[in-house]
Design a protein around this ligand. Structure first.
Ligand code: NI
Length: 159
């Protein structure tokens, strides 16, 4: 099922998501719907916050051919280092891109869609994507890192 995606500056994008207590069938269905929604929009990442579910669930696939689905539930950064700046976009901020500074290398611990704990190391685009989606769970959007003037210009453009 394709879910509606909240658009900036919707205030619901500011809600801080809660931890998933139990990876049950409801969560599995949400994960499946989130992948479908992300692929339908040609996105490479989607956080539950963006589909108005305020729990710590992220789906990602940075491959060209939808071959590397990655689900992170209750993700935590356990290591980070280096610097990188890539041009980011967001399904909640259509038709807008900007370079954002992030850590280049991260190590994450999370649960997968089966409720099993795993660790993953990432750099480059995958690392940036994970950090971008984890921000969503904390009510943070990539445009929040822009100067006030750029944010005002963007708000003017979309209003
Ligand atoms: Ni986003």
């Amino acid at each position: 099922m394709i879910l509606p995606i909240l658009s900036y500056p919707d205030k619901r994008l500011r809600i801080v998501a809660e931890n998933v207590k139990n990876v049950d069938d409801t969560i599995k269905k949400l994960v499946s719907d989130m992948f479908e929604t992300m692929y339908d929009s040609n996105g490479i990442g989607l956080a539950a916050t963006q589909v108005n579910h305020h729990i710590r669930v992220i789906v990602i696939d940075i491959s060209q051919d939808k071959s590397q689905p990655l689900c992170l539930i209750n993700p935590e950064i356990i290591e980070k280092s280096g610097e990188i700046s890539l041009e980011e976009g967001c399904l909640s901020v259509p038709d807008y891109k900007h370079f954002i500074n992030r850590n280049d290398h991260i190590k994450i611990q999370a649960l997968n869609e089966k409720g099993k704990t795993f660790k993953i190391e990432a750099n480059d685009l995958l690392s940036v994507c994970i950090q971008h989606e984890m921000d969503h769970l904390n009510g943070i959007l990539f445009v929040d890192y822009l100067s006030r003037i750029k944010q005002q210009r963007l708000l003017k453009k979309i209003s």
